[in-house]
Ligand binder design. Structure first.
Ligand code: ADP
Ligand code: MG
Length: 705
């Protein structure tokens, strides 16, 4: 029997069970089962006496005797209650099911080892459905210090594949295959990082001899898992840099220089300069650029994008920016047209609502090269949109592209004589800060630039948390701000499952605000997802133009809108929003010269996570800090955009908790590839084999994040 065999080769695994293992846990082969790692261990080295039991002891193991058994009638049926006694006191053991069998088999006045969770009632402990065996049986068995608890599902448990059964399968498997478990890391790496052998690691992860060996086993397996991911990501980056041809923007020309010297409306921050330098270096290298530009809301990504595009134009190329919504595309268009006022550069806007005539004009301009910059939405991806010479594509506010869309953008590059396509350089801009460890795991193959500094003179947004009962005070504050000429947002949550209810909340809120802020003195806009796009735009524009002072909205306004005169963001039911959403919403204010405010309204009833979220918002405006907290609260799987990446389908490592191992693994992979980029040295032959297999199997390949 070998590790590639299906699980049916294991004693006790029928075809039906094998199918369950596959559908529930994705386990197909013996190797898969061997890599089903326990997610925790139960420590059964410790014994308690009854007088030592604490309200906070979770699972405990006790030695004692049953001194009495009785049936207790209850509303439906009855329960079986046994009195369990040791030298220090007594407690109750309780069964709600299977009472007859248990009663017939329990031995009174015989020493037992019992194990289970405690229930507390009036300061007395009881243990429902304990695991128990006589001390005699207990002593006859080989005891593991730490007992593994495997991931499971309700279905598996119901079909009799309990934790114990899985443990038995793995035990059987080990006996059969232990000798044939191969080492996956080269000896020199094992030595360098003091890693235990793969075989030893697998054995101790399933059947740890002691805590120390368990720790070593975990370290070895986590390291290996992270190392192979990093090896693949870095190798991919290496291939992109060496194999995919990129246009060379070698010169800094007239457009860039004159704009930089004469038209730049402000001095760039040091962070903007640094990022621009990184981009310029990429663009001059001859390799293809695939760069992620992270910068908090308002950090000034647009100007970096514009300067990058000017560089392309100076070298005879065209450029494009894609935004996720029409409103954002229009805002970019207006802003960039204004900045380029005194230049000869041609800019146009293409969205889903562009008229046919306009489209034709744009298509023609792109094809003959007279149109230099195209700004737009997904409409840019349409096949009809063909550039003469697209040099760079900038994607704003983290679109998540599917493969088809990706290849569309890719193919808008230039076709060489040999039919090979030279893709445009890609710059993805995102305002959602991604913690470093996560970025390393998910975007390890991209180059990352960070604008970690806000333009000078920004006043920090003051954030406060108020309970619903303070609403009148909040309204009073809004009136004062409006009197000063400011505008305010009031945002309601809209969460899909309960859309109807949320919609009602929004309309109720709108009504009460209308009552509190009567027309004609106050004008109110309302925007929500159930409106027609045209109506939405109309309402939005009234607010943008200052015709209305209050914008009542759902989160549709989350992304990107820029109304510098708006100085207050009120978020209703703030406890229902995620941290990154709260941060994005808050980023809508604080864009002008005035002091801005964010008011978080919540009910009194807050979950502990809810409390942490609101407190974090009040305590900091640093997007990276907020992202770190978010990552801790929600785990990496739920962070925007990482779900599909596959990179985070980790079996044992945790990119947050194990970040030191991650850094180590990444550095090891970097060193290794520097020394032996093709893994062709004899000492790396084993790695090459595994790497090649992984290449075939995993789907972590994407050309654009
Ligand atoms: P974001 O990174 O959120 O896209 P924007 O590019 O929209 O930010 O910039 C936000 C605002 O800051 C804009 O009004 C822009 O003109 C201004 N800005 C950008 N860079 C600077 C700077 N270096 N100094 C002063 N203001 C700046
Ligand atoms: Mg922006």
């Amino acid at each position: 029997m070998n590790l590639n065999h299906p699980t049916t080769y294991i004693k006790g695994v029928s075809v039906a069970r094998a199918e369950l293992l596959y559908s529930e846990l994705g386990i197909k082969t013996c190797r898969d089962l061997l890599h089903l790692f326990p997610f925790r261990y139960v420590d059964k080295t410790q014994f308690y006496t009854i007088n030592q039991l604490q309200q906070n002891s979770s699972e405990v193991q006790i030695v004692g005797k049953i001194t009495g058994i009785k049936n207790v009638k209850q509303k439906r049926g009855s329960r079986l209650v046994a009195t369990f006694t040791d030298a220090t006191g007594s407690m109750e053991l309780v069964w709600f099911k299977g009472a007859k069998w248990i009663k017939d088999n329990l031995k009174v006045n015989v020493p037992y080892v019992i194990y289970g969770k405690l229930n507390w009632y009036n300061r007395t402990a009881s243990m429902p459905h304990p695991e128990m065996e006589t001390v005699q049986v207990y002593k006859s068995k080989l005891q593991m210090a730490m007992q593994p608890v495997y991931p499971s599902t309700e279905k598996l448990t119901n079909k009799g594949i309990s934790n114990k059964v899985i443990g038995n399968m793995i035990q059987y498997l080990f006996k059969q295959v232990f000798g044939s478990i191969e080492e996956t890391l080269p000896t020199y790496l094992l030595n360098e990082h003091q890693l235990i052998a793969k075989r030893e690691a697998l054995l101790n992860i399933h059947f740890p001899k002691n805590q120390e060996l368990l720790t070593k086993a975990q370290f070895r397996l986590k390291f290996e898992e992270l190392f192979f991911i990093q090896l693949q990501l870095l190798q991919k980056k290496l291939i992109r840099k060496s194999k995919i041809k990129g246009f060379v923007f070698e010169k800094v020309g007239e457009n860039f220089t004159s704009f930089y010297n004469n038209n730049l409306p402000f001095d760039l921050t040091n962070a903007q300069k640094k990022v621009l330098k990184e981009i310029r270096k990429d663009l001059g290298s001859g390799a293809h650029m695939n760069r992620l530009l992270q910068g908090d809301v308002g950090s000034g990504k647009t100007i970096v994008a514009l300067l990058t595009m000017l560089l392309a134009i100076d070298n005879g190329f065209q450029a494009t920016i894609m935004a996720p919504t029409e409103i954002l595309a229009i805002q970019h268009y207006n802003g960039i047209v204004e900045l380029l006022e005194n230049t000869t550069i041609k800019v146009d806007l293409l969205t889903g609502s562009s008229k046919v005539k306009k489209r034709r004009e744009i298509h023609a301009g792109l094809e003959d090269g007279s149109l230099h910059i195209l700004i737009g939405t997904h409409a840019i991806l349409e096949d009809k949109v063909q550039f003469k010479n697209l040099g760079i594509a900038i994607i704003d506010e983290q679109h998540r592209f599917g493969v088809a869309q990706r290849s569309k953008l890719w193919n808008k590059g230039r076709k060489e004589e040999n039919e090979e396509i030279v893709p445009p350089h890609i710059l993805v801009m995102t305002a959602t800060p991604i913690p470093r460890t996560l970025a390393m795991s998910v975007y390890g193959d991209l180059d990352i630039s960070v604008i970690d500094e806000l333009p000078p003179g920004r006043k920090e947004i003051k954030t406060i948390h108020r309970y619903d009962s303070n609403r009148l005070g909040v309204f009073k504050f809004l009136k004062d701000e409006i009197t000063k000429g400011r505008q305010v947002y009031v945002v309601y949550p809209l969460i899909q499952e309960s859309e109807a209810m949320d919609y009602k909340d929004l309309m109720d809120g709108y009504e009460s605000i209308s009552r509190e802020f009567p027309s004609p003195k106050y004008q109110i806009s309302i925007v929500h997802g159930q409106m027609k796009p045209a109506d939405k735009d109309y309402e939005m524009n009234r607010f943008v133009n200052g015709e209305t002072q209050i914008m009542v909205a759902t989160t549709v306004i989350e992304v990107g809108v820029n109304v510098p005169n708006a100085s207050v963001m009120v978020i209703e039911s703030a406890e229902r929003f995620g941290l990154s959403q709260l941060h994005q919403l808050r980023g809508r204010v604080g864009r002008g010269a005035d002091q801005s405010y964010c008011i978080l309204l919540s009910s009194y009833k807050l979950s502990s996570d809810g409390k942490t979220r609101l407190k974090t918002m009040v305590d900091t405006t640093d997007g990276f800090k907020i992202a770190e907290v978010d990552l801790k609260l929600r785990g990496p799987g739920n962070i925007m955009g990482t779900q599909q990446s596959g990179v985070l389908n980790l079996k044992i490592a945790d990119v947050i908790k194990d970040s030191p191992i991650l850094y180590k693994a990444r550095q090891t992979a970097i060193n290794l590839l520097q020394e032996d980029p093709a893994l062709s040295q004899p000492k790396n032959s084993g790695l090459l084999k595994i790497y090649t297999q992984l290449q075939k199997k995993t789907g972590i390949w994407s050309n654009i994040s």
